[in-house]
Design a protein. Structure first.
Length: 192
């Protein structure tokens, strides 16, 4: 794949038009067109910005043969623009024709966290789950959603500051699944 083909593919996976991408990069739509048709090459600052915005590596954009797995886009949000429940209304407005499930997310423990948890479990106090409690306190402002679109599924994270959308490489058909460092469980009923 050429650099232009990779930019175009990543842009489409993120659900952006050329004009939307141009606005986010503060370049003209014609610049995006030139880059995608391999009639121009973005400078190094724009390559870094493209990689960050389209959530692909600079190596992916510049190396030959590498394929994209799970593109992700993060954008700032203002929850005050939405009625309560704000996060539900935000995701409903972004994906009005999709089936949306709220997810329970549990961070998977690292090897060292498992060891600590086992030591605390077997110790005199019998306390367990300390790493999970700490991780849940860190992520109290986050809500995860599974969006079942017409032809793709998306994992969406909403915090108080940003919305992060990841295109999933395959459809999710299980009630419990793992992505990265998290295990997700679908709540039984989709959002209304």
């Amino acid at each position: 794949m050429t650099l232009g083909e990779k930019i175009k593919e990543a842009r489409k996976h993120c659900g952006l038009t050329q004009e939307e991408l141009a606005m986010k990069l503060m370049v003209s739509r014609q610049a995006i067109t030139k880059w995608e048709s391999d009639k121009g090459i973005p400078d190094i600052q724009n390559i870094k910005a493209l990689a960050s915005l389209l959530q692909v590596s600079v190596d992916y954009l510049l190396d030959d043969g590498e394929t994209m797995e799970c593109p992700m886009i993060r954008e700032p949000i203002h929850l005050d623009d939405y009625k309560k429940p704000q996060k539900h209304n935000l995701i409903r407005s972004r994906y009005p024709d999709s089936i949306i499930y709220n997810l329970l997310a549990t961070k998977l423990l690292t090897k060292s966290e498992k060891i600590v948890d086992n030591v605390l479990w077997l110790g005199p106090t019998g306390i367990c789950g300390i790493p999970q409690i700490i991780n849940s306190l860190k992520n109290v402002d986050q809500e995860y959603y599974l969006v079942k679109g017409e032809d793709k599924d998306y994992l969406v994270l909403i915090t108080t500051d940003y919305l992060e959308t990841r295109v999933l490489p395959q459809r999710i058909n299980e009630k419990t699944f793992e992505i990265g460092d998290f295990r997700f469980k679908l709540l039984p009923k989709p959002l209304k």
